[in-house]
Design a protein around this ligand. Structure first.
Ligand SMILES: [Zn+2]
Length: 247
């Protein structure tokens, strides 16, 4: 057992999710990290930390951070260095909004402490794609599918949840069913999904990272999935996604 007041140094690649000044004294910084998942740290003395960390503590930058943990205390940020900048994405509001969306859903879907290498890879790849000029909707849907699959939320897209048919001209997606229904099976309602959209989602959730990154999603299918996937994420979270407001 560590001695009282013992500090443990830890480090991880990280994205800054939120920065909040707490009066003159401290600055509270929330990160999504590869090695510890969601991490809230305090940077002692807001103005001194600005000087100390300079311009490195920005959003949309892959950081390498070092923090200390002491029993019963909030983690303290010790240093931050830039590993890779994705700052290009701020040139376009749509890309910024989607980067914010990815940071929010990764943090909200995976709030438990502990290493999150797969989630972190999905987040980093998504932000890198946004900075690299990929269609923001396509990049976001790839991340949606990956994060849902990693978290075990499925959904089950193998076939109609009632009769099992895997091929139908079109399906309907019902969050409460955790999957799709064909046109013949009750209950009615849900958001329509073409077979092409279902197949695309299946491919995205299969989690073959490299091929997923290269997959180009036709615009029409992106539009269909946009109507379904973020809503399903909100259903899994049980609350609205803030960054979706006005999207
Ligand atoms: Zn059916």
């Amino acid at each position: 057992m560590p001695a009282a007041g013992a500090r443990t140094f830890r480090s991880s690649p990280a994205f800054l999710v939120r920065a909040l000044d707490m009066g003159e004294a401290d600055r509270r910084l929330s990160f999504f990290t590869r090695e510890a998942g969601v991490l809230v740290t305090v940077a002692k003395s807001a103005w001194r930390s600005r000087k100390r960390f300079g311009g490195t503590l920005q959003r949309y930058v892959l950081l390498d951070i070092v923090w200390t943990e002491s029993p019963g205390k909030m983690s303290v940020l010790e240093s931050a260095a830039v590993l890779e900048s994705f700052w290009e994405l701020v040139e376009e509001w749509g890309r910024v909004r989607h980067a914010d969306y990815l940071l929010e859903i990764a943090s909200e879907l995976f709030p438990q402490p502990g290493a999150k290498p797969r989630v972190f890879d999905i987040l980093r790849n998504g932000i890198r794609s946004l900075a690299g000029g990929e269609d923001p909707q396509g990049a976001a849907r790839k991340a949606d599918a990956g994060l849902l699959a990693v978290g075990g939320w499925g959904p089950d897209l193998s076939g109609c949840r009632k009769c099992g048919r895997g091929e139908s001209r079109s399906f309907r997606f019902l969050p409460s069913e955790g999957g799709i229904l064909c046109d013949s099976c009750p209950p009615a309602g849900g958001q329509p999904l073409s077979l092409g959209a279902v197949k695309t989602w299946r491919a995205l959730q299969s989690g073959k990272g490299a091929s997923q990154g290269r997959l180009r999603i036709p615009k029409m299918i992106t539009e269909e999935l946009r109507m379904v996937m973020p809503k399903y994420i909100e259903y899994c979270l049980g609350k609205p996604v803030r960054s979706l407001g006005g999207m």
